[in-house]
Design a protein around this ligand. Structure first.
Ligand code: UT7
Length: 349
């Protein structure tokens, strides 16, 4: 049947709930320096990180996701979601997905539930997935949780990675709405380049390693990153993706009130802001207190900025992420009207 060209536009995903949660245990740079050949000054000047939160032994990604998810649902009010999406690099187990467990623990048994994997770009990919489901009429209300416990995959004695990552979860609720109303998410730019799959990787634990008979080595079981190369890609790919999405939205860089990038490294955030011609003060930054929290970093940074009342209705936001794959993605939204504005609690002091 030919597709109709008239009729109402497809519904958009409108943000109506937001929250973040980090486990209580704090690990400072000085604490890391007791077991690693590093120091507070190196970590602060090279990354902008002062401390991070780390899950207790036995605390899994779903535990963090449930805490953030419950708070996001409370902030949204309204009916329960019909779909739960979790984006993570550290699922509870290879099988099943983490989302059905999170949905069940939130009392949402029966909801569609699945995981999205795009490493640190996962939250932007998850937003695009939720927006697509809503536009297709396959979902009316989506809980999207970005959650990661990198402490479970990073070698605690690897000074390059152990200093960067922290554990945490951030969540949003998206409802079907009008593409022109404040809070509507999009347009999007998504991309990948799998020729660089080895720049960020956990070699063992998947089908590639299991198809051989060799026992994985210590290094193969842990997270590995070629930091300097990733850094270079992160700056160029994020800036290019941000420009693409700004142009699709018809915005100039100067129109952006809040730049909310994946919180990888403060130097990367500032380089991208400089490249786009955005004042650094417009860059939301939360990594000083939580580190790089993977798929949780954008909703955590957003929740932190909103909780500190830095974001006002009508403000224009640019979200952009970069991660393993390589993957990258960006999207924009205008902060919702007062009636629809989610009010998350403060996450860290
Ligand atoms: O979230 C997903 C995407 N991830 C990212 O975007 C992360 C991107 N990369 C980075 O953020 C940075 O590359 C790192 C923070 C990982 C490293 O910072 P860098 O400024 O790129 O340092 P480097 O790797 O170039 O190392 C510089 C020096 C080296 O010593 P030499 O070879 O110059 O003698 C390292 O061995 O710093 C040394 N080093 C350290 N020194 C003290 C590396 N890690 C440490 C450390 N403490 N923790």
């Amino acid at each position: 049947m030919p597709r109709s060209t008239s009729g109402p536009p497809a519904p958009a995903a409108v943000l109506c709930g937001l929250a973040g949660w980090v486990p209580p245990r704090v690990v400072t740079n000085d604490e890391l320096a007791k077991r690693l050949d590093t120091d507070d000054a190196w970590i602060r000047t090279r990354t902008g990180i002062r401390r991070r939160h780390v899950a207790e032994p036995g605390q899994a990604t779903s535990d963090l996701a449930v805490e953030a998810g419950r708070r996001a649902l409370d902030s949204a009010g309204g009916p329960p979601p019909d779909t739960v999406v979790v984006t993570t690099t550290t699922p509870d187990r290879p099988c099943p997905a983490t989302a059905p467990v999170v949905a069940a623990r939130l009392g949402l048994t029966g909801a569609a539930a699945f995981d999205v994997g795009a490493v640190c770009t996962g939250f932007v990919y998850g937003l695009a997935t939720a927006a697509g489901l809503i536009a297709a009429g396959a979902a009316r209300r989506v809980l999207l949780v970005g959650a990661d416990t990198y402490s479970t995959i990073v070698d605690p004695l690897d000074r390059t990675n152990a200093i960067i990552f922290g554990d945490g979860a951030g969540a949003v609720v998206l409802r079907a709405g009008d593409p022109d109303e404040p809070g509507a998410v999009g347009p999007f730019d998504l991309g990948s380049d799998g020729t660089h799959e080895d720049l960020i990787t956990v070699a063992a634990g998947g089908s590639r390693q299991r198809s051989t008979t060799a026992e994985p080595t210590h290094a193969e079981r842990h997270f590995a990153m070629r930091g300097r190369e990733v850094y270079r890609h992160a700056v160029t790919r994020t800036a290019a993706s941000a420009r693409t999405v700004l142009s699709a939205a018809g915005w100039q860089p100067g129109d952006v009130d809040h730049f909310v990038p994946h919180q990888a490294n403060l130097r990367i955030l500032h380089s991208v802001a400089d490249d786009l011609g955005l004042p650094r003060e417009r860059c939301a930054s939360h990594l000083e207190t939580v580190g790089n929290t993977g798929a949780a970093s954008i909703p955590l940074a957003l929740a932190d900025a909103v909780a500190r009342r830095r974001v006002a209705p009508g403000d224009r936001l640019l979200l952009t992420a970069f991660g393993g794959g390589l993957t990258w993605g960006s999207c924009v939204l205008t902060w919702p009207s007062p009636a629809d504005t989610p009010r998350p609690e403060r996450i860290t002091p």
